[in-house]
Design a protein around this ligand. Structure first.
Ligand SMILES: [Zn+2]
Length: 151
């Protein structure tokens, strides 16, 4: 199940990526671009825009959408999880910044790439080829774990 988020739900896109979902998001995407990409890549459109949902692609059923009704990120995630019947939990497989899949890297190869404290306390590291960012299961991951459990 893949998604594309409109510009009003960028935070939601990030949180879904934290749960490992493929979510395309561009902070300057036009409605036309979102619809075109959704058609080409078979993505469900996540939107808060009622006008966009009046487009023929949705009326005809060619495209699937979830209309995000609430401002609150927790309520948005609960809505998605129940409407699409998907589970949400922290999953360190996708870059939060650019949506690329992460690859595992050896600890010895990140010695000069991550802060010394992180290097000495973590053993597993992931890397995004798209934007060059490194990931590990640090305090942020624990926060996400708590967050998803609370939902
Ligand atoms: Zn990236």
């Amino acid at each position: 199940m893949r998604f594309i988020a409109d510009i009003m739900v960028g935070k939601l896109a990030r949180y879904l990526r934290m749960a490992g979902y493929d979510v395309a998001y561009f902070n300057d995407a036009s409605d036309d671009f979102i619809l075109k990409t959704a058609m080409e890549e078979d993505r469900i459109v996540l939107t808060r825009d009622t006008l966009m949902l009046e487009r023929k692609q949705f009326r005809s059923g060619a495209l699937k959408s979830v209309f995000i009704s609430d401002d609150d990120i927790e309520k948005q995630l609960i809505q998605i999880s129940s409407e699409l019947n998907i589970s949400l939990g922290p999953d360190l497989t996708r870059c939060l910044i650019c949506n690329d899949l992460l690859v595992e890297v050896l600890k010895k190869d990140v010695r000069n790439k991550v802060p010394p404290y992180v290097y000495s306390t973590q053993d597993e590291f992931m890397y995004c080829k798209g934007c060059g960012k490194y990931y590990w299961r640090g305090t942020h991951y624990d926060y996400m774990d708590d967050f998803f459990k609370r939902l």
